[in-house]
Design a protein around this ligand. Sequence first.
Ligand code: Q9C
Ligand code: ZN
Length: 384
Amino acid sequence: MVPTRMKVFTSTLCTTMHTPAYEFLSGAETHYYESPDRRDVILKYLESQGDAFEVTERTEDFGAGPIERVHKQDFIDYLKTAYEEWIEEGGHPNGVLPGTIPHYKVARLGKLKASNCLAKSGEYCFDMSAVITKDTFKAAWNAAQVTLTATKDLVRAADEFEQSVEAGTVTRESPPGLYALVRPPGHHAQSDICGGYCYLNNLAIAAQWLIDQPDLKSKADGGPKRIAILDIDFHHGNGTQEIFYTVANPLYTSLHSVDDYPYFTGSDLEKGEGEGLGFNINVPLAQATTNDDYVETLDKLIQDHVIPFKPDYILVSLGVDTYKDDPIAGFLVTSEGYPRIGNSIRKIGVPTLFVQEGGYCIEKLGLNVGGILLGFMGKTGVPQ
Ligand code: Q9C
Ligand code: ZN
């Protein structure tokens, strides 16, 4: 049986509830780029592709446990109560936005702890793009739950795939893929700090949940399932890197731009620490990187690092802010490039979950996300 349809997990409980009114870009006030229309245009495109995608709003409740495995309790509590405290303290209703961040040059000698929300907003956020509105926490929470729901289905799909391969009805060249269409995104969220439009790290929560399942054993060594993360968002996933920096599973790999946001992480010298040494692979690419260079570098990363790791599952941080006309980014990948990227990931031959991260060119967002997913499903040619 060849899997010809891809399941899409989404929910308006995450995608429509978080709507900050504005952000600042290079000092200018602008609309909030990480907006609910992003989900609408992606869904519209997927639904225009015959029956290639099967969209489900069914979401299971995994509770707090899997989130608390990745994020610190004081940070989760802060996200939950910040907006209410902010308003009580006279903060603007647009939402919580830090004014004072404890920069390391200041905090080095400082002995004070954050006592109110104005201070906590700086303690728990590293930039000005992660506004906390009334329902931001609920949206982020539900995004994690949707991602976990998709992850549980990944386990089922992978088992089914394994049986089909053994029965000879399918080859390893056609691995199953699933897609979590969620927002807010996650890969900039660290264990106890938000930023970069991200609050809870959906993909990291999913990866840790897979590793924690006692009955899931790796094919390679009989230990916990082995997870390889492929972060193809334009920006470095500082959050995912931090969360898994000292462990050997999951493997974190990222292709991202040099000299761009979040500026202070993403060097190839960041290789992991302790048991995690060698399991954090950053591949910075030049600004204005094109399709050929991107795909060539991705293929090399897969050959040199992902395949030797012997992953049981691939989790992709799916950003298409690599697109040539993205309003906040600087690569030159075109819509013809995305099916090629999807195809390169397919060739790993491992069950894969795609989790939505960035991508802000609203006109081409559906086409570009769809291009990666269709490319993964083995469809060739330029998608319309
Ligand atoms: N000049 C994601 O793509 N502002 N986050 C950057 C660039 C924040 C991006 C300003 C960008 C966050 C998930
Ligand atoms: Zn991004």
